[in-house]
Design a protein around this ligand. Structure first.
Ligand SMILES: [Zn+2]
Length: 183
């Protein structure tokens, strides 16, 4: 099973969502989509830089979404490189080890979160450790539901860790995106 699929199982488990959880994705939640999956379902300002995780159903087949207190586990063992703001909450920038994603310079960005207070740049994290909870979007009157965004980013140039933020991640001339689904 691919790492992303295993991670969805870990996310189900961390939130005690029950057996036989199926995660559901609108087209607008997928990497490179130009469509919104919220509000007016119009166009995004730029192509989506990762995957959004929010909707699921259980064996009752009822569609549900992540609660505003959903717990976010780490995908793998790793080291926190940086914490930065995103347009909803905070992002955690992590290296999960050399060549974990087929590239020595690939990093994982977990976004739209409220990060655990004891996690700071330099912190070691372990697979399945709870690193954050989702950002409660109602605090910002956002029309977006609380959700986890994941980007897998290959850095083209050597970059200081404190410059690993959304100004860089949104600049397609400076990074390569790896589709998290295939890691
Ligand atoms: Zn997103």
């Amino acid at each position: 099973m691919r790492r992303f699929a295993r991670y969805l199982t870990a996310l189900s488990r961390a939130n005690a969502l029950g057996d036989r959880v199926e995660w559901l994705f609108y087209p607008g939640m997928l990497q490179e989509s130009r469509d919104k999956w919220w509000d007016d379902f119009g166009r995004r300002p730029c192509a989506h830089e990762g995957m959004d995780i929010c909707f699921y159903r259980t064996k009752t087949k009822k569609m549900k979404c992540l609660s505003k207190t959903a717990q976010i586990p780490a995908m793998d063992n790793g080291v926190v490189l940086n914490i930065c703001n995103d347009f909803l909450g905070q992002s955690l920038v992590v290296t999960h080890g050399k060549e974990t994603f087929g590239s020595p310079d690939a990093i994982l960005v977990y976004s739209h979160l409220e990060i655990q207070k004891n996690i700071t740049p330099g912190s070691r994290i372990e697979k399945d450790q709870i690193i954050a909870r989702v950002f409660d979007t109602s605090q910002k009157q956002s029309k977006l539901l609380p959700h986890l965004h994941i980007s897998c980013i290959e850095l083209i140039e050597k970059t200081p860790v404190d410059a690993l933020n959304w100004a860089l991640f949104a600049d397609r001339g400076k990074i390569n995106l790896i589709n998290p689904v295939f890691i």
